[in-house]
Design a protein around this ligand. Structure first.
Ligand SMILES: [Zn+2]
Ligand SMILES: [Zn+2]
Length: 194
């Protein structure tokens, strides 16, 4: 804001003008216009004062802009295709997972009478979840890497790989079979409460 013009000469003798923001005194690489916009709220144009950071909103506009962004993201999510789904679901508005749509529907029926829970006026945003086993690290790699951190002979460490892999094969399978299920919301689709 209120740009300051600084005049100087380059090493080869050219006279140049550089512009700095009159509020924070940072020079603006984009010239006079950039210096003018620096420290001005990108929404209302007021000087952001003590809360200044270049090219952001002032304290008054920040929640307004955040709310517009949130509504835009939610509208885009609500436009996702509705699918039939049998399995866990994620209720975006509550940031909560449920075992099934039936369980989610019961819960939502309860909170619809709870004044403390914000009720979306265009319906709950619910995503189906994919279910996958938690990843299990490769036990052979993990042990070899630990050994290599403590022992410099890379060739010897490599020689140990086949024996170690066959010894750990059962343990690897066992660990993988015990891995818990991980639910991840599929944000490209949604489901609706019955
Ligand atoms: Zn500035
Ligand atoms: Zn503002």
């Amino acid at each position: 804001m209120n740009p300051i013009t600084l005049t100087g000469s380059t090493p080869d003798g050219r006279t140049v003008e550089v512009y700095a923001c009159g509020s924070c005194l940072l020079t603006a690489p984009g010239g006079q216009q950039a210096a003018e916009r620096c420290c001005a709220c990108i929404r209302c144009g007021e000087d952001k004062g003590a809360a200044r950071r270049t090219y952001t909103t002032c304290a008054t506009c920040a929640p307004i802009v955040a709310d517009v962004d949130r509504r835009r993201r939610r509208a885009a999510a609500m436009a996702r295709p509705v699918v039939e789904h049998d399995g866990p679901v994620y209720v975006d508005d509550l940031d909560r997972f449920f075992e099934s749509m039936a369980e989610a529907a019961d819960y939502l029926l309860d909170v619809e009478h709870d004044a403390a829970v914000e009720q979306p006026d265009d319906g709950w945003l619910i995503h189906p979840c994919t279910v996958a086993k938690a990843g299990t690290p490769d036990l052979t790699d993990t042990v070899l890497e630990a050994w290599a951190d403590n022992y410099d002979d890379a060739d010897l460490i490599d020689d140990l790989r086949p024996g170690l892999a066959s010894a750990l094969a059962d343990a690897q399978r066992y660990a993988q079979s015990m891995a818990p299920d991980v639910w991840r919301p599929d944000l490209t689709r949604r489901v609706v409460a019955p």
